[in-house]
Design a protein around this ligand. Sequence first.
Ligand code: ZN
Length: 138
Amino acid sequence: MKSYRKELWFDTRSRREFINITPQVEECLKESGIREGIVLCNAMHITASVFINDDESGLHNDFEVWLEKLAPEKPYSQYRHNGFEDNADAHLKRSVMGREVVVAVTEGKLDFGPWERIFYGEFDGKRRKRVLVKIIGE
Ligand code: ZN
């Protein structure tokens, strides 16, 4: 069995952002040389997500509006976590959107359903953060 590990780095300009990281993950898969196996892709920070959905800007706006209803960023004082920090909403949004995704690898390709793409979801940005890509198989 082969094993491959890589960290992808992100430094978003805004507090919240969704980034399609499918091309980077495909690049990792190519580099790994693995043809049959599994890709695990997870955010390495507790205020960011990795999730799979449609690459459609209307939907991404819907996610933003929906998440703001569930866990509004402001007022910061509404959260007990916001003593020294102001990112309680980001922790909550991250929990809703998930930590990681697992994708099957078949014949050297990500074995997606129709319209599935991998996204990095940032909820407390403007700093450097990592995503782990781990691929196992042969
Ligand atoms: Zn925090």
